[in-house]
Design a protein around this ligand. Structure first.
Ligand code: ADP
Ligand code: ADP
Ligand code: ZN
Length: 216
């Protein structure tokens, strides 16, 4: 099974993708995570990517589509893919069609996480992750069971994203509205979009997604 998790920044794509990986052994393909690896490198590309991300703008379609193609090439055919944060533009949606066809895969569901824009600033400015294993947390909605200790790996080091500021959230939201939301009709026409209430509690969102996956 191959699915897309679609929603604005902070909607809960990464959180839900992680849970699907745990429950179903699927693989999460997050272009955001891939680009955060790229920007670490002291290279011309790394610096360019970092500048675009910190401005809250979108990295070029060619770069991200090439990353997705490469990841799928490394994956076993039997492993399902969760596209998290990709595609984000119409050009990327068309590239994904070509890439999936090339790898003999089909797209089963596009799950739209619907959230109030007002909640996104709170979601993003309160977001932090484990520095060691990457588990996602939130200052108010998802603290580790023991304060300061990662539930997953026991690490006591956490980090925040350079682009998770109130200022960039606005730009990222505008980018979503202008470039990403318009790809929904492409998938709507194929009858594969399922809307899930992303404002519900994390577990309830998971239950709703599980229901979609269990449907035909
Ligand atoms: P969020 O989890 O807040 O939705 P991501 O981690 O998916 O954010 O992406 C962080 C940043 O990386 C984006 O603001 C953008 O600059 C870049 N990025 C990630 N995925 C893509 C993509 N598919 N196309 C273009 N830029 C991307
Ligand atoms: P995205 O990948 O779409 O940008 P994340 O999964 O990183 O979003 O979630 C953004 C922040 O909101 C994280 O700190 C996460 O713990 C928190 N969060 C995710 N889903 C929910 C939810 N349903 N209710 C409250 N907080 C949530
Ligand atoms: Zn951890």
């Amino acid at each position: 099974m191959n699915i897309i998790l679609l929603g604005p920044p902070g909607a809960g794509k990464g959180t839900q993708a992680n849970l699907l990986v745990e429950h179903h052994g699927m693989l999460q393909l997050s272009t955001g995570d891939m680009l955060r690896e790229t920007r670490k490198a002291d290279t011309e590309l790394g610096r360019r990517v970092a500048a675009v991300m910190d401005a809250g703008e979108l990295v070029s379609d060619e770069i991200v589509s090439a990353m997705i193609d490469a990841k799928l090439s490394d994956m076993g055919d039997e492993v399902g893919a969760i596209f998290d944060g990709y595609p984000r533009t119409e050009a990327q949606a068309h590239s994904l069609d070509d890439i999936l066809a090339k790898h003999g895969r089909k797209l089963h569901h596009v799950i739209e996480l619907a959230v109030d824009e007002d909640a996104l600033v709170d979601r993003i400015t309160g977001r932090f992750t484990c520095a060691k294993c990457g588990e996602g947390y939130h200052e108010r909605h998802k603290q580790p069971a023991q304060q300061g200790v990662c539930d997953k790996c026991g690490s006591t080091e956490f980090k925040r994203r350079a682009d998770d500021t109130e200022e960039t959230v606005r730009t990222r939201m505008n980018e979503y509205r202008a470039k990403t939301a318009p790809i929904l009709p492409i998938y709507d026409a194929r009858g594969i979009v399922q809307r899930v209430d992303g404002m519900a509690a994390i577990d309830d969102v998971t239950t709703a997604i599980e229901k979609v996956l269990a449907s035909a």
